[in-house]
Write a new protein. Structure first.
Length: 109
């Protein structure tokens, strides 16, 4: 497959359903999960000193839940997702920075 064909197929496959999942309905409540989707890619071709040609490409895709739209009694609201891992990482970074600053200040007159 040529690089141009690969990127055309990848571009054509990006749809809203990658971001918004199918609605879930239970007990008069409708939930539409949403995600942050990011994609990237690159490719190239070339020829070596012996005249041999080659080409290559790569694509990457990542998705993280960000929340859900909730429809209840005809009213729409947004419920953000809580990323516990991100909260823990930020809290850990703050603690490390505070410890580093306190050690640094303690060592100077």
């Amino acid at each position: 497959m040529k690089i141009e064909e690969l990127f055309t197929k990848a571009r054509n496959s990006v749809e809203a359903r990658m971001v918004f999942a199918e609605p879930i309905e239970r007990g008069g409540l409708t939930v539409i999960p949403a995600a942050r989707v990011a994609a990237g890619g690159g490719g190239g071709n070339g020829r070596d000193q012996h005249g041999q040609e080659g080409e290559g490409a790569g694509l990457g895709l990542t998705a993280r839940p960000v929340g859900a739209y909730v429809i209840e009694d005809g009213k729409l609201r947004w419920e953000p997702a809580v990323d516990v891992n991100r909260i823990a990482a930020v809290a850990g970074a703050i603690v490390v920075a505070a410890l580093w600053l306190s050690k640094r200040k303690a060592g100077k007159p």
